[in-house]
Design a binder for this molecule. Structure first.
Ligand code: NAP
Length: 295
């Protein structure tokens, strides 16, 4: 079975490498072709368009930035969807909103292609170490067929329900990640302004009951003022945009999520989009007068 992989960014490059390491032959495409080089050196076949991936692969994984990138790659000029052999399986691991996943499922089914939404929990390091958690929406039989491949890239694979339900759970997760990072940053900045050192704040809060456990993984970024991206801030802002859209579609009020969405938007306007989303701490600190202690 030949596997196609489209989208070789921070996450996709590492996920594809794990498939390759387990001996799966890959046919790959990335908009910026140079990102394919490490996989090509280890035997992957690089092609020039998404359409060519579909011509060669029985199962295709996409790991793309946002719904627009998925639409363009699947349905645009040289898109892959019309070029699949009927009954092929498309597994979209990109973080998108549930109604978009359902729309892609409809597009796929119309062309006799099977579809799973399978976004992931975990970041750059978990992708590297095949420790991702896959949240899958789609038919049980398709899920079972795909499960061994997902297990090659992750530690846990959960079927959440029908198409769209994987994306639904993923948005809940990222709402919590985004708002907790923003709240934690504000707490640190308040503590520092009141004269408590960042070191003391982190020593006591990280690992304690009021801070989310994942914040331990962000500690060195805050301490070293080094926000090299594990999860780019621009995609967190995009995810909050989709949380807001999904809430609108479901008639749910999310005042906190929408405030966080605009906070990350301000970070984007300050040029922090390609930094890790924890850079919201640096943004808020700058806006609150740096490390000045109020007299
Ligand atoms: P990334 O490094 O920025 O990679 C994004 C990928 O999308 C690249 O392959 C990029 O191609 C491609 N892309 C963007 N716009 C495109 C377009 N218009 N047409 C075709 N391709 C396009 O981001 P990432 O961190 O790997 O994230 C990928 C997905 O995983 C996102 O949906 C993100 O929300 C989700 N995710 C990320 C993390 C994380 O911690 N990083 C964790 C969980 C989920 P180029 O290389 O040409 O730019």
């Amino acid at each position: 079975m030949k596997i196609g992989f489209i989208g070789l960014g921070i996450m996709g490059s590492r996920m594809a490498a794990n498939l390759q390491q387990q001996g799966h032959p890959l046919v790959i495409f990335n908009r910026s072709p140079e990102k394919a080089i490490p996989l090509v050196k280890k035997g992957a076949t690089q092609v020039n368009t998404p359409a060519e991936v579909a011509k060669h692969a029985d199962i295709l994984f996409t790991m793309l930035a946002h719904p627009e990138a998925v639409t363009e790659t699947a349905l645009g000029k040289d898109g892959f969807l019309v070029h699949f052999t009927p009954n092929s399986l498309w597994v979209d691991c990109s973080t998108v909103h549930p109604s978009f996943s359902r729309e892609m499922a409809r597009e796929a089914h119309e062309k006799k292609i099977r579809f799973l939404d399978a976004p992931v929990a975990g970041s750059k390091n978990q992708a590297q170490q095949a420790q991702l958690v896959f949240l899958v929406g789609g038919e049980e039989a398709d899920f079972q067929e795909c499960q061994p491949l997902l297990e090659t890239m992750g530690k846990k694979v959960i079927r959440m329900g029908e198409n769209g339900m994987g994306s639904a759970f993923k948005l809940v997760l990222n709402h919590l990640l985004a708002t907790s990072m923003a709240a934690f940053s504000e707490g640190l900045i308040l503590g520092e302004a009141l004269g408590i050192s960042l070191e003391t704040l982190l020593n006591i809060l990280v690992g304690g009951p009021v801070a989310a456990p994942y914040l331990a993984l962000k500690r060195s970024k805050l301490e070293n003022d080094d926000y090299e991206a594990e999860f780019p801030l621009q995609w967190m802002q995009k995810d909050l945009q989709m949380v807001s859209l999904a809430a609108y579609e479901s008639n749910v009020a999310m005042p906190l999520g929408n405030t966080a969405k605009e906070m990350y938007r301000l970070c984007l306007q300050r040029g922090l989009g390609e930094q890790d989303f924890s850079a919201i701490y640096a943004f808020l600190k700058e806006g609150s007068g740096g490390d000045r202690v109020a007299s």
